[in-house]
Every structure is written in C-alpha cells, then in structure tokens.
Design a protein around this ligand. Structure first.
Ligand SMILES: [Zn+2]
Length: 584
C-alpha cells in the first residue's frame, strides 16, 4: 500500500512539474492559416539554451517555423524574482493548414500542445458582417425587453423583437483560460481573435512576466482584414470607444485599463468608422477633461488621417450626408448615457452632454459610411449599457437599452434586405446572474414591499403601455412592473422601484474600503436592506458563468449551432469572409 501511495504521489508531482511549463498558443488552439502570432515557451527553471529541445510534429521546430526563437535565460517576475528560462518567436505565421504538435523538453521539464491550423474556403460567403454584442446580454434581458416593448396577452407575446427572428442559434461558452468566470476583455477578444485568454486581456495570451504589452500576441480580426482584404472596418459602442469590448477589435494588451494606449492601437488600424464615448483619452493632457498623461493629441492625429469628427448627434447627422472618408464620433468624455436617461428621464450626465446620438443613429450612420466600400465591411456594434446598468442592478435602464440594442438590430436587418450578402450576428459577451421572476404590484395588499411581489399565477401581466408606438414603454414607473432580481449582490437597499433620479448606485465604500449599502436609498418607502452574498470588495453585481445565446442570419449563419466555445465564433466569421483562402 505504501509503495502504491508513494508511486501515486511521485506521478502527481511529476505531472505537476510538467504542467507548469507553458506553451503559447495554448493546447487545442485553433489558428487561422497565415495569421501572425507570437510563440512562447515558459520554462519553470533556468535551463541553458542548448538543453531546450523543441519539436513540431517530431522535427526541430525551426524547420517548420522557418525561424529561431529568442532565448531568454532568466525571465524576471515581481521584485526581480527569477521565473525560469523562455523562448519567444514573434510574428510566426503558419501557411500550411493541419495539426501541429509542439513538444518541449528541458531537463526534467516537458510539455506538449497541439494546435489546429485551419484554412477557409476560397470563395467568401458574405461581403459584409455586422457583429452585434449586447454587453452582458442574458436571457432575462431579452425576455424583459420583449414584454416591456411588445406586451403580452394570454401568455403570448404581442410582438417580436428584431433579434427574435434570426434563424440560427448557438450556446456560447465564455470561460477564460484561467477561470470559469470572465470579463468583457477576454470574452470579446475570443470573438475577435479566435483565441481564449485571461480576464483583462485583449489580443494576447497572458504570460507570466509583469509588463502588460509584451505578452504573446494573436491577430485581431481588424488586422486579418487589413492583411487579406480591402474591406472597411467600423466600431460602434455606447461605451468609451477604448473600453474592453470595442477595444478587442484592434487591441493587444494584458490590461484592458490601458485606455490611452488602446487609442493608439485604434490609430494604428484606423477603422473607417469609430463612434462612441471616451473622448477623454483622445485629448492631450493639458486639455480640461483629458485622461491622458502625455502630449499626444489624438483628435488632431485622427483628423490628419482623414477623419471627420462629430461630437454630437447633429454633427453626426451632417457627417452622414457628407462625403467624409472616415468618421470619428466622440459623443462623451466617458461612457454615453443610457437610452432611458437620454430620451426619457434626462438624468445621468445628459445635462452635460445633451445631444448624444443613440445606438440606432450610430448604427445607421456607420452602415451608410461603410457600405460605400464595394469590397464590403466588418462592423461591430456594442450595446454597452446593458452590462453597465446590470452591474448596479438598474434593470429598467438595462432593459430599455436592450430595446434600443434590438432597434439597432432592426436597422441592420433592414440594411440586409437590400444587401443580402450580409451576415448578422447577435450575441452577448458574457451573462449576468439576472432573472425575471414575476411582477411587483403596488396594488397588492400588505405593508411590506415583498408582499407585493407577484409570483406564479399571482404575477399576472405588467401594465406598461406604449401609446406612441416607439417600442419603449411610455413610462417605466407603472403600478404593476416586472420583478427582476440578481442572483448576486453587494449590500444594498432593495427599493422595488425604477430609479427615476439617475442610475442606481447600490453600494459605497466605507472607511475600511469595504462596499456597504448606499444610505441614499434607505428612506425610499418600502426599501429593505439586502445583505450581500459577494465579497465586500465587490461594489456591484458580477458576471455570470452561464452560457450566452448567439443568434445569426445571412450567409454563413448556418455554421452557428449547438454549443460552441467563444473562440470558435471567430472561425465562422473568417470562414464567411474567406480570410484563410488558399493563395497562389
Ligand atoms: Zn461587465
């Protein structure tokens, strides 16, 4: 027995040691043929270069890769701690499709990974792709948007969302390389590069060294389009344009927070259309409101690169009718306001930025501009506030923004009517732990608000109206409204009501740096304290690990089916565009 146990222990130890060696791209990576990526081996110990043997499909790696990797004797971590030796080969590209098994041996360290390098058909299926991301879009957002926007009678929806009629569908697994949970950086990066990565990472695998812009890069869809096509590129978001989701179209950094640098990465790619918030990172440091720490004036630099600048809805409208070559719309210094605040309640920062365009106007302006290119385009449209309002559990704002997101999809579907060679994809990047469970009915008896929560048969139907037929409820503070709750939360006061005075701020930091319930909501009639079920470091609700529902229509959409890893979505996109077509 003892020998068996020690044998088991020895095996476990050995496996442990071998597993610590890392090869990037990771095992089971799928790589677009001829797309450049960085190859890196991280060894656990320091090994002389001649002791490190690397083979690809059994042959010395340099034969297959056509180049020799740089050897780093000692990679340094925090406080100059020695992490081990490394090999790095940047901008490797594999022109032959097939299976590549990479094996490294160095002393007692060994590691094997297998990649699949894939080509695409020679002929593209689609000329254009419009990729819609509802940030944090979960099933509850869709259900709530449908009920709020269209109504329901005798259990049947009184109308359909634009996203309800997309004919292909898949469940998407969003987990990151180091955790089942995930953020908008690595999830969107998986869609836009075909490689999963770690939380906070964009366009790179997360390596072990502290610098954030030396991590092994993978090609973004924007780079692949520039490398292989003459198509135009558009990025539209209600967030800061350099926020994680839009940034993933172009960026390479381990740290999504490096927004000033990400603006530079946009400038490297120069998408033909960029519309969103986030001007603070374009302005040089001495301009009031700037969040840059350097003298780069990206507004001037984009202008010099041929961009027409719009800073409000009127200017966007004017630019739309002009013969502008490239369009840069920066409508807010930070994230744009929600539809509920922009069009109905005039709260948030609408007083300061009174004429922000909506997602529908931005999408239509982008389509006008991008469709001038005969070769076609790739357009990414993000409904960002679905997530940004789901974090603070401001469900009314999140759902109204889901309706706006859906109306932008309706615009894209109208475009596709006259441009049938357009693939439309609608998805979320990750989900939230949110559910619609019934209604809250002010007319139900009882002193406590929880007695007014209608469940099962007692839920009935909410009494929103849409007299003007704009798809938005005439008012959200109706007497029988949707009961939407989060599965996870910090300490906060549940008010059971829409937040008419501006977005909900559920928690605030106390003197110990912990997040506690925001007392500003304490005296709202009926408010009750809900003690959080998250660490006290969490200021809002967090992302869920639940699958995302992806829907699509148009040429190539039939490839979306069943369960797919988020990184596999990229393959459908590049397949539709034939970005890996065999070349002579
Ligand atoms: Zn989020």
């Amino acid at each position: 027995m003892r020998t068996l146990l020690s044998a088991l222990a020895a095996t476990t130890l050995l496996t442990g040691a071998a597993q610590a060696t890392a090869i990037y791209p990771l095992d089971r990576a799928t790589i677009l043929v001829s797309s450049p990526f960085d190859f890196k081996i991280e060894l656990d110990a320091v090994h002389p270069e001649e002791e490190i043997a690397v083979t690809v499909n059994g042959k010395p790696y340099a034969e297959t890769f056509g180049a020799k990797a740089d050897y780093v004797a000692e990679e340094k971590g925090k406080d100059d701690a020695v992490l081990g030796s490394a090999l790095i080969l940047r901008d490797l590209a594999l022109a032959e499709p097939g299976s590549y098994t990479v094996e490294v041996r160095a002393g007692d360290e060994t590691r094997t990974v297998t990649w699949e390098v894939y080509a695409t058909p020679a002929a593209p299926k689609a000329r254009n792709i419009i990729f819609f991301v509802g940030d944090g879009l979960s099933v509850a957002h869709r259900t709530a948007a449908r009920i709020m926007s269209k109504g329901m009678t005798e259990g049947k929806a009184d109308g359909r969302l634009a996203m309800d009629d997309l004919d292909h569908m898949a469940f998407i697994g969003t987990s990151s390389t180091h955790s089942i949970a995930t953020d908008s950086a690595n999830t969107m990066s998986a869609y836009m590069t075909g490689h999963k990565s770690r939380v906070n990472a964009l366009g790179v695998y997360a390596d072990r060294t502290p610098p954030t812009q030396d991590d092994p890069k993978v090609e973004t869809i924007a780079e692949a389009l520039r490398r292989t096509t003459g198509k135009s590129i558009g990025v539209v978001s209600t967030a800061e344009i350099e926020d994680a989701t839009p940034a993933a179209v172009v960026a390479h950094t381990r740290k999504r927070g490096e927004k000033a640098d990400i603006v530079g990465m946009f400038h490297d790619i120069r998408p033909e259309v960029m519309l969103g918030g986030g001007s603070a990172y374009f302005l040089k440091s001495d301009i009031p409101g700037s969040k840059r720490k350097d003298d780069s004036d990206y507004v001037a630099m984009f202008r010099e690169a041929g961009y027409t600048l719009a800073t409000n809805a009127a200017e966007l409208d004017a630019a739309r009718g002009s013969d502008a070559e490239r369009l840069l719309g920066l409508f807010h210094t930070g994230n744009m306001d929600t539809k509920l605040d922009r069009s109905f309640l005039h709260q948030g920062t609408v007083g300061k930025f009174p004429n922000q365009p909506g997602l529908v106007e931005m999408t239509e302006a982008a389509l006008d501009q991008l469709s001038k290119n005969e070769e076609g385009f790739f357009l990414m449209v993000e409904g960002a506030s679905i997530d940004k309002m789901s974090h603070p559990m401001d469900w009314d704002r999140a759902v109204i923004d889901t309706i706006e997101f859906d109306q932008a999809i309706a615009s894209a579907r109208a475009f596709a009517e006259t441009h049938p060679d357009t693939l439309i994809v609608v998805t979320g990047d990750h989900t939230h732990g949110v559910s619609v469970i019934g209604t809250i009915d002010d007319d139900k008896p009882g002193d406590e608000m929880r007695e007014k929560v209608g469940t099962y048969d007692a839920a009935g139907f909410p009494n929103y109206t849409d007299a003007d037929g704009d798809g938005y409820p005439d008012r959200i503070d109706v007497s029988r409204r949707l009961a939407i709750f989060s599965s996870n939360f910090p300490d906060h006061y549940e008010t059971w009501r829409p937040k008419m005075d501006g977005p909900f701020e559920p928690s605030v930091q106390n003197e110990k740096g912990e997040y506690v319930a925001n007392e500003a909501y304490k005296d709202i009639p009926g408010a009750v304290l809900r003690v959080g079920n998250l660490p006290k470091s969490a200021d809002t609700a967090v992302h869920a690990v639940d699958d995302v529902v992806l829907q699509a229509t148009g040429p190539g959409a039939e490839e979306f089916k069943g369960y797919m890893e988020q990184s596999d979505v990229y393959r459908v996109l590049v397949d539709a565009f034939a970005l890996g077509a065999p070349r002579n």
